[in-house]
Design a protein around this ligand. Structure first.
Ligand code: 1CP
Length: 347
């Protein structure tokens, strides 16, 4: 299937584009009343993730309503622990919760490397339905959590400010930690490959908890496994978003991926210098900038576009869009990227 709008893919590969492509992390399940309506028709989040028709519907909503240049498949990073044998629940207004967690090396014997087709077929089906309904309008982004971020939830069992239980494990059980991280990595590689086979045009690895590790542990317990994932994916471009890992930017230059995501604390010029010209950069407007007035959003977005320049950039926020942001404000951001980035190229 030929893509009618392939700006995102061309920008990821470093090809020339007429304007900067734009999408938002977490665009599919947070801000749209149309999402709420679908979500409330079911008993919970997990039911929606496991319903390919409705997952496809909420995946496409931001394309129709907001005008983004890509769809991201509606799912969660926590489907991997479940597929490995550690199911999760989604507690309303609180977030994920795991009835069982990994506490000792013995617990690993209850886990397996996930089989994408049999354990995650519902995501692959959702991708196939989405691709059919998108009909080539925009690319579809597949995704997975980075092994370190998934490890955090498998040890901790829920969200945490410090993930100190997970970090303690790296000190007290480094061998077991490596074994578990390798199992997650093997599961993730197979899962991303299956997403690509089902139709994903690009894949993103979310390392949401990268920033809580000291840099030596980041190399040893996160970058090492992200490197394996990047090396294993050849068919489509790969984006690595490691939130808070400003210290790892010099090493990111060497990852076998096309795009590096920046959070809003990472300076744009400095990131370009550290990461080099060989990668596309994605980001990085402060998500809180969207609480501003339309003219303030326009000014902040133009400044971001000026700072990134016209080559190798995909516009996005520096992390996921916050749930109470007005969709009209998101449209101002998107429209400004589209118009101003085309103007910059015409100059
Ligand atoms: O009932 C609901 O509506 C649950 C809310 C929700 C939604 C809509 C959760 C719970 N996850 C999702 C979907 C989701 N999660 C997507 C879908 C596509 C999109 O909207 O872009 C994606 C890409 C994710 C990824 C995800 N889940 C990440 C990585 C990105 C990030 O934001 O850092 C993480 C860390 C999660 C875990 C998770 N899932 C849900 C919550 C509340 C959390 C965070 C828990 C915590 O505080 O640690």
């Amino acid at each position: 299937m030929e893509l009618k709008n392939d700006l995102l893919i061309r920008a990821a590969k470093g090809e020339k584009v007429e304007r900067t492509p734009v999408w938002l992390m977490r665009q599919a399940g947070r801000i749209l009343p149309e999402y709420r309506a679908v979500r409330n028709s079911l008993s919970g989040f997990i039911e929606l993730v496991k319903n390919p028709e409705l997952a496809a519907e909420v995946t496409i909503q931001p394309v129709d309503i907001l005008g983004v240049d890509a769809a991201i498949i509606f799912s969660d990073i926590l489907v991997i622990p479940e597929a490995m044998g550690l199911p999760y629940e989604m507690v309303e207004k609180k977030g994920p919760w795991f009835p069982k967690t990994i506490n000792s090396p013995e617990d690993l014997s209850n886990l397996k490397v996930a089989d994408a087709e049999s354990d995650l077929g519902y995501v692959l089906d959702a991708i196939k339905v989405t691709k059919k309904e998108l009909d080539g309008r925009v690319p579809l982004i597949g995704f997975a959590g980075a092994p370190w971020t998934i490890f955090c939830y498998m040890i901790e069992g829920q969200g945490s400010k410090t993930f100190s239980k997970a970090r303690k494990m790296l000190y007290n059980e480094p061998v077991m930690s490596d074994q578990l991280l390798q199992m997650i990595t093997d599961s993730t590689i197979e899962y991303l490959r299956a997403q690509i086979a089902a139709g994903a045009n690009i894949v993103q690895v979310f390392d949401s908890w990268a920033g809580i590790l000291p840099s030596d542990h980041y190399q040893k317990f996160s970058m090492k496994y992200i490197t394996q994932i990047c090396d294993a994916i050849e068919e489509v471009p790969v984006t690595v978003f490691a939130k808070g890992a400003y210290f790892a930017r010099p090493e990111m230059r060497h990852l076998n991926c096309e795009t590096i995501g920046l959070d809003w604390n990472m300076g744009i010029a400095e990131s370009r210098r550290l990461i080099g010209e060989g990668k596309t950069l994605q980001g990085n407007l402060d998500p809180c900038a969207l609480y501003g007035s339309p003219s303030e959003i326009e000014t902040a977005t133009k400044k971001m576009l000026d700072d990134f320049g016209t080559s190798r950039h995909i516009a996005n926020l520096g992390h996921g869009v916050y749930p109470d942001i007005d969709p009209e404000k998101v449209k101002v951001f998107i429209q400004t990227v589209k118009e101003y980035s085309a103007q910059l190229r015409a100059q």
